[in-house]
Write a protein that binds this ligand. Sequence first.
Ligand code: PLP
Length: 465
Amino acid sequence: MRGEMVAVLDFEDTGSGDEAVDLARRHLIQPWPTAGAIGAEARGLIGEGDGIYITDGKGRRLIDGPAGMWCINVGHRREELARAMYDQAMQLSYNTPWYTMNEPSAMLAQRLAAHAPGDLSHVFYTTGGSTAVETALRFMQFYNNARGQPEKKLILSRGGAYHGSTYLSASLNGRPRDRDWMDGADGLVVKLTAPNPFRRPAGMSVEAFCDFLVDEFRDAVRGIGAEKIGAFIAEPVQASGGVIVPPENYLKRVRELCRANDLLFISDEVVTAFGRLGHVFASGDVFGIEPDMITFAKGVTSGYFPLGGLMVSERLLEDLRRSNHPDAMFAHGLTYSSHPVGCAVALKNLDLLEGGILDHARKIAPYFQARLKTLEELPLVGEVRGMGLMACVECVADRESNDPLQLDRQVGSRIDAHCHELGLLVRPLINMCVMSPPLIITKDEIDDMVTILREGISRTMEDLR
Ligand code: PLP
């Protein structure tokens, strides 16, 4: 069986969705295609969503394990969100953001600032996560130009990171495969070690690993020179790198190093914000840090509308206002910045989160983590890790060495394929499966999810035998 492709996810026989699948094969380029199938592949047709469930082209009802792409936080088919979009579109569907403004964008900015840590008082809205990260990086460049420090532009990023698919944001990415065939602004980026305790050197304690990461950071700044480095960017929990929860206090310690060396700390909360870790923002409420900037997207509208944004510290704005170049322009803006429909749906989404879903997410998270952890009983599973309502099941070929490399690289896809048959969508990442369901998931539904996942992994073990 080893090496044989798993059929289910080719969707050769997607059934009732045939016409759409055919059209897609002729006319659609899906994200992340491989050269051999580009423009001719059609991945799984999804017809409907409802609560934590989606229905595929064959009419099979599946638990939406990854909540789309970590984003359907309040669940599918929320009438309140649909109405908020309709009402706003009927009132004002668009305004030109650089010489007029609209009410929902201001009201949302005020509510986000109230949740943000420290003095992050202002928001710049974007169209999603990549544009939010791009905005943060360009803001850092502008800030240092206006402050008279044009040499201070390098960005520290980390292995395992994912920050987006625009040119500069993608240059920060550190996951395997992301950069194999793609160019990037390599001269602008320095990569540090992924803060992944599971992959720490053999024999090293987690505390010593944390010291190692902090020392590496300090040495990099010393070696390069703080006057050349503009920013450090980090997902508080690396999401698509495999739900990497950093060692305790790591974020606080590197935050201090940034402050001491005048580097801007950008917390990329595209995944971790809006309830995934039980709070609107995780940087302050979960990790006790006050970044200079926070990027967000996804859960801000629970995926119902493409919206993202950048929260910026009042201190940075003050520095700019006092700079010697009051006429310097931050020449950066998007046609859809501050979109009234996006901001209106985000306001309603925030009502839902504050109205009980954040509380529910905080209460149910320990159960979610504990139930998934039981999968470590299976010999194929090297580690189940996570935080809040995000988790990763990492498979290994050999539990002694935690070696993932000899493992069939389709193992995540195999588990996904079996789970699909059984009623669960999982997000496969080479040898890992990521789970991040809608935050409204109940204990019974978590039980269903884990039962299916256990069976999917067991069937995969049979395949690999
Ligand atoms: N940052 C993080 C942490 C992400 O996980 C993602 C997407 O998954 C992005 C940025 C890019 O967001 P988008 O796909 O909305 O451009």
